[in-house]
Design a binder for this molecule. Structure first.
Ligand SMILES: [Zn+2]
Length: 144
């Protein structure tokens, strides 16, 4: 049976040993991406670098800057929270640190019809429920 909290709050991630650092970083308003000792970024985190097979991996803070690689506006939300937020933009963000280094997020602070592939964006940390912060992306400030 649905409760008020099911309706009001988005589903939460369930971090494991590999992904805990990412969410710890988000809680400190830092975007941390796993990086190997040879400088390759990897997301989502793995136990071995897919580029060089290094197992010497550690979280590294990135700039939070990127661009919209692709996006959509879901029209059939799968969760009650999203039914309360029609028109949100689900996007794949490519970070500036490495080609094809992407993560899935939302684009905020811009009308959905104004979102474009290639739009420069920057991370913004938003508390979407009490004690639950997500890394979202907004249009990058001009001149940055
Ligand atoms: Zn590597």
């Amino acid at each position: 049976m649905a409760t008020d909290s099911d309706v009001l709050y988005p589903p939460r991630p369930e971090p494991d040993a590999l992904t805990q650092f990412f969410w710890d970083g988000v809680n400190e308003h830092k975007l941390l991406i796993q990086r190997c000792s040879n400088g390759h970024y990897i997301h989502w985190p793995k136990i071995v670098c897919r580029f060089c097979l290094s197992t010497d991996l550690a979280p590294a803070e990135v700039s939070g800057r990127g661009q919209v690689a692709t996006f959509t506006q879901p029209v059939q939300p799968f969760h009650p929270y999203f039914q309360q937020h029609p028109g949100y933009v689900l996007a794949v963000i490519e970070l500036v640190e490495q080609p094809h280094l992407t993560l899935v997020s939302n684009v905020v602070d811009v009308a959905a019809e104004d979102v474009r592939v290639g739009m420069p964006v920057e991370v913004t940390f938003r508390e979407v429920a009490p004690g639950f912060t997500l890394p979202l992306f907004r249009p990058a400030a001009t001149g940055s």
